[in-house]
Design a binder for this molecule. Structure first.
Ligand code: C5P
Length: 223
């Protein structure tokens, strides 16, 4: 069995950074499942397809032509869609909002399932998302649900956007994130919620480094 570390949680909880650090420390593969939903939203926009058109958007998801490059030095993962580098467009809050609209369509989720599971290759996988522990890898070695207060998550996302040279307004950002959280938690298909056997970790007042080592400890016991 290939070991899988599932890390789920809302946006801005720090799970992207934590997942990347853990994948590097363990020498495991990394699945950023949110990037796949962002890419589907972007591909639909590029083609002028209505984001609510489940048949067309799921067909796009099925045929998605994308590529990821994970740099060794901890920098941002680079992403290509249809042969074009889309790093700048992928990480914006509007791409996140589009992603959560297409992610609510059951046929889109089904279309991305096999692609996500194919990331599980030796020596192991760190899977970052909303439904890694509940739907995509229900038999994961360890399931972590990372969370933090809405204010702290907005602050972290704001800082992240600033560091990437993207513009943002803190108050508007928090409102957008809360709307996205609601959409993710209230949808019928794979809603955002901890798996019954997940370790729920509130990291509002805990630094990233500490979170990483706490998870490493738990994983050691689970392996
Ligand atoms: O994590 P990220 O912000 O990149 O995710 C963007 C959106 O993609 C989320 O708000 C959510 O709607 C969707 N998503 C999902 N299932 C996942 C990962 C992301 O529905 N496993």
């Amino acid at each position: 069995m290939i070991p899988v570390l599932a890390i789920d949680g809302p946006g801005g909880s720090g799970k992207g950074t934590v997942s990347k650090r853990l994948a590097q420390a363990l020498g495991w593969h990394l699945l950023d499942s949110g990037a796949l939903y962002r890419l589907v939203g972007l591909a639909a926009r590029n083609r002028g397809i209505d984001l609510a058109n489940e048949a067309q958007v799921s067909e796009l998801a099925e045929q998605l032509d994308c590529r990821f490059a994970v740099p060794e030095n901890g920098e941002l993962v680079r992403t290509w869609l249809d042969g074009e580098c889309v790093d700048d467009r992928l990480r914006t809050e509007s791409a996140g909002a589009d992603a959560s609209v297409v992610a609510a369509l059951p046929a889109v989720r089904t279309a991305l399932l096999a692609r996500q599971r194919a990331f599980a290759r030796p020596p192991g996988l760190v899977a970052d998302g909303r439904d890694m522990g509940t739907v995509v890898f229900p038999a994961a070695t360890l399931k972590v649900f990372l969370t933090a207060s809405a204010e702290e998550r907005a602050r972290r996302r704001y800082k992240q956007l600033m560091e990437q040279g993207l513009s943002a307004n803190l108050r508007a950002l928090q409102e957008e994130m809360e709307a996205r959280d609601r959409r993710d938690a209230e949808r019928a298909a794979a809603p955002l919620k901890p798996a019954a056997d997940a370790w729920v970790l509130d990291c509002t007042d805990v630094g990233i480094e500490t979170v990483v080592s706490m998870i490493q400890e738990r994983l050691k016991q689970a392996l």
